[in-house]
Design a protein around this ligand. Structure first.
Ligand SMILES: [Zn+2]
Length: 140
């Protein structure tokens, strides 16, 4: 029973990861960018740089990964907590939710700081000139 649950969980995780890879690949191929916000309005979103940071982490370039997006590891930890440590203990749920709120709030504050100090001159905080809004303006 437990191994069936674990097998389903592993297949679910693999399905989500494959889905993300396919969607990002299709967006890069057809739209030129992997970020929906950059595609629409040209501005980077709070998650910009996460996929590049993940790629760098997989290659073992931990420092470069951290520089690309310091919140990758806290987000991964959040994902691992959600997927593999499901329990009905109230104390754990409070701790987990507190952690999620802390990571999301601090990453939004970090995004504002990054926009102020690095936009638009440093990757991934760059402006995408070929965005949909500017294309629509050119049509008028
Ligand atoms: Zn983005």
């Amino acid at each position: 029973m437990e191994s069936e649950k674990n097998r389903r969980l592993i297949y679910s995780v693999l399905g989500v990861v494959c889905g993300i890879v396919v969607i990002l690949g299709a967006m890069k191929l057809f739209l030129g960018v992997t970020c929906p916000m950059k595609f629409l309005i040209g501005l980077p979103c709070p998650g910009c740089g996460l996929s590049r940071a993940f790629e760098l982490l997989l290659r073992g370039k931990v420092e470069q990964s951290f520089r690309m997006h310091p919140f990758l590891i806290p987000y991964l930890l959040m994902f691992v907590m959600e997927m593999f440590f499901r329990t009905k203990h109230e104390k754990y749920a409070i701790l987990k939710n507190g952690y999620i709120v802390l990571v999301v709030v601090t990453s939004l504050i970090f995004y504002c700081w990054r926009m102020k100090h690095f936009f638009p001159k440093q990757e991934p905080m760059t402006y995408y000139e070929n965005n949909l809004i500017s294309k629509l303006r050119l049509l008028r």
